[in-house]
Design a protein around this ligand. Structure first.
Ligand SMILES: *[C@@H]1O[C@H](CO)[C@@H](O)[C@H](O)[C@H]1NC(C)=O
Ligand SMILES: *[C@@H]1O[C@H](CO)[C@@H](O)[C@H](O)[C@H]1NC(C)=O
Ligand SMILES: *[C@@H]1O[C@H](CO)[C@@H](O)[C@H](O)[C@H]1NC(C)=O
Length: 222
């Protein structure tokens, strides 16, 4: 009897604990759970997860459809006609799931949600990959984004010089200005975080250094 009561208490606490952490945490540092703020680009190096969409954002923003609509509101859409020029990347967000492939990759659409990303594929532009922190060890629901600015297709879609910092800052500026798409309006607060990503180029894809800043965005549907 006592054992059963104790067990149900422990279970209740575990459930409660998960519910509370899911609601109350912007994100968990991937470093704590053995993960990294660099993704795995498959060649022994990675790209910085330089933007985090907070788990405290409106829940609808954190779904696949929700982040897609938010991305469209700041000038991105799904990849041009599903043509995928690069291999998927994976990330370990320290949530117990280990390395998981990106859920979605979006490119800047230059103002035309259907054809614009084809333009991006040809002339380059901003793009990002999305990873969701939802493993049971760190279930924040936050979305970790690897944002970068790319060269055009003739350059083989490599990142422009300083392309991680530039990509992040352009993305954040567009979001912080406030945006709307398809009848949904967003108000976005930005906060810079240091200590997750080491400044410099060690382990970074293409050897492009970053300033080590990760910007946390709290996106609220208004
Ligand atoms: C990611 O996707 C690639 C290509 O579809 C696949 O080969 C690989 O096993 C996947 N990696 C993970 C960690 O799921
Ligand atoms: C966690 O996120 C991944 C990637 O988006 C998704 O495939 C998976 O179903 C989610 N897991 C849970 C338990 O919601
Ligand atoms: C974050 O850092 C970038 C790069 O230094 C800067 O341009 C931006 O204004 C900062 N944003 C905030 C919200 O502090």
């Amino acid at each position: 009897m006592v054992r059963i009561a104790l067990l149900s208490l422990l279970c209740a606490q575990a459930v409660l604990g998960r519910t509370i952490s899911k609601r109350a945490v912007p994100f968990f540092s991937p470093l704590v759970g053995g993960g990294s703020e660099l993704d795995n680009a498959g060649v022994g190096v990675g790209e910085p997860l330089n933007v985090i969409i907070s788990g405290l954002s409106s829940p609808a923003v954190l779904t696949d459809d929700g982040v897609l609509n938010f991305a469209r509101s700041i000038g991105f859409s799904e990849e041009c006609l599903d043509i995928h020029l690069g291999a998927p990347q994976s990330a370990n967000l320290g949530d117990g799931n280990g390395f998981v492939n990106q859920t979605i990759e979006l490119r800047q659409d230059f103002g035309d949600a259907s054809l614009g990303t084809c333009l991006e594929s040809l002339i380059g532009g901003n793009h990002f990959r999305v990873f969701r922190q939802n493993g049971s060890l760190a279930d924040s629901g936050a979305l970790f984004l690897a944002v970068s600015k790319e060269e055009n297709v003739a350059e083989g879609h490599t990142i422009v010089p300083d392309g991680y910092n530039i990509g992040r800052d352009e993305f954040v500026s567009a979001a912080a200005a406030g945006s709307s798409f398809n009848g949904v309006s967003y108000s976005t607060a930005a906060e810079n975080i240091t200590g997750l990503l080491a400044p410099g180029s060690a382990g970074v894809n293409h050897g492009i250094a970053t300033d080590g800043i990760v910007t946390l965005l709290t996106v609220t549907i208004v």
